[in-house]
Ligand binder design. Structure first.
Ligand code: NAD
Ligand code: IPM
Ligand code: MN
Length: 352
């Protein structure tokens, strides 16, 4: 009997709305493919912060460590500063569980429209491999001479050899299973210490993969390229911040933020991985029932894939493609009038 213990953290805003739909689809899939999902829900959120002063309990990480996987909605809401909510939940989980790969595949699906003109489904597909444990996201630094004319802040980045090498190696390994192309996002022309080091490690790892074609592009030029020639990119590897920015861009270039899933992966499987949409809690549409649940549903499929339920994962992807391809049920961001729940139910229905 295959049974998986899953921690559900709906979080804030539309995270809550899309999580309901992902669970609906997952439970339907489990029934059909003969495995069990044993859910435990955690109310860790900005609301909890407002009531108790912390995003999660002190032993939160320890409690999560008992699960096979974590499905997260989104975190962050007006009223709580973002650096508090994100450093109180999302970032500590990514780091504690050595989820050093943030895998963000995007694909232009039938029935959805690229922000770029003249692109049709199946033409655009790529994956952002984002470093997820160090880099520009750092607590090192501080504020000085506060309130004085000479006030300044310092923000340090941390790039370890181990950290840079493992993410780049992951990207090359992934490329061997895809089109065999890796592009590295750099900025070694402007950033003196970290980025030349990143490039050096990239060249070292590339030498181990003669069958993979590798190139590096400055992040500014890469942003333009992703818009002008996205079909020439496949695996794109970047630091924490560059990968963050490129993943929203890649989502827009394919079907939009409502379509892009994400896996925070601990490749060694020592700790649970965590799956979520690329997008955030979207306070502007929260509570309106119009968020697109597809990104979260595709993240749920990534979770099943990682748990070894590949057939079930592919079935979810196929159900999403079928419903969107039909075009009858679509949320406003996709040009339709359906609610979050209607789209989620249509996808669950396409499975069963
Ligand atoms: P966002 O991704 O929440 O929203 C950006 C825009 O995209 C908004 O106009 C929103 O309505 C739209 N959008 C996003 N997802 C959508 C969906 N599924 N369907 C339809 N439209 C969608 O980004 P933001 O506004 O920068 O951030 C809002 C909050 O979320 C902040 O507190 C931020 O820190 C947080 N955030 C959290 C995560 C996470 O938990 N992993 C990720 C990104 C942002
Ligand atoms: C993401 C988000 C987070 C990040 C924020 C909310 C800290 O944008 O998951 O992409 O930058 O990692
Ligand atoms: Mn982001």
């Amino acid at each position: 009997e295959r049974n998986y213990r899953i921690a559900s953290i709906p979080g804030d805003g539309i995270g809550v709305d899309v999580q309901v739909e992902a669970r609906k689809v997952l439970d339907t899939t489990a029934g059909r493919y003969g495995f069990g999902l044993d859910w435990t829900e955690f109310d860790w959120s900005c609301e909890r912060y407002t009531q108790t002063g912390t995003m999660m309990p002190e032993d939160g990480i320890e409690r999560l460590s008992a699960f096979d996987s974590i499905l997260l909605g989104a975190v962050g809401f007006p009223g709580v500063p973002d650096h508090i909510s994100l450093w109180g939940l999302l970032i500590p989980v990514r780091r504690a569980f050595l989820q050093y790969v943030n895998l963000r595949p995007v694909k232009l699906l039938p029935g959805t429209t690229s922000a770029l003109a003249g692109r049709s489904a199946a033409e655009l597909e790529m994956v952002i491999v984002r470093e997820n444990s160090e880099g520009e996201y750092s607590k090192l630094g501080g504020r000085h001479n506060e309130g004085q004319p000479g006030e300044f802040v310092l923000q340090e980045s941390v790039f370890t050899r181990v950290g840079v090498e493992r993410i780049i190696r992951y990207a090359f390994e992934l490329a061997t299973t895809r089109t065999g192309r890796v592009c590295s996002a750099t900025k070694s022309n402007g950033i003196i210490h970290t980025m030349p080091f990143w490039d050096e490690v990239f060249a070292e790892v590339a030498a181990d993969y003669p069958g993979v074609s590798s190139e590096q592009t400055h992040i500014d030029a890469l942003a333009a390229r992703m818009v002008q020639q996205p079909d020439r990119l496949d695996v794109v590897v970047g630091s924490n911040l560059f990968g963050d920015i490129l993943s929203d861009l890649a989502a827009a270039v394919t079907g939009g933020l409502g379509m892009a899933p994400s896996g925070n992966i601990n490749p060694e499987g020592t700790y649970p991985s965590m799956f979520e949409a690329v997008h955030g809690s979207a306070p502007d549409i929260a509570g309106k029932g119009i968020a697109n649940p597809v990104a979260q549903i595709l993240a749920a499929a990534m979770m099943l894939e990682q748990l070894g339920e590949s057939e079930a994962a592919q079935a979810i992807n196929a159900a999403v493609e079928k419903v969107l391809g039909d075009g009858a049920v679509a949320t406003p961001d996709l040009g339709g009038k359906a609610t979050t729940a209607q789209l989620g139910s249509a996808i669950a229905g396409a499975l069963a």
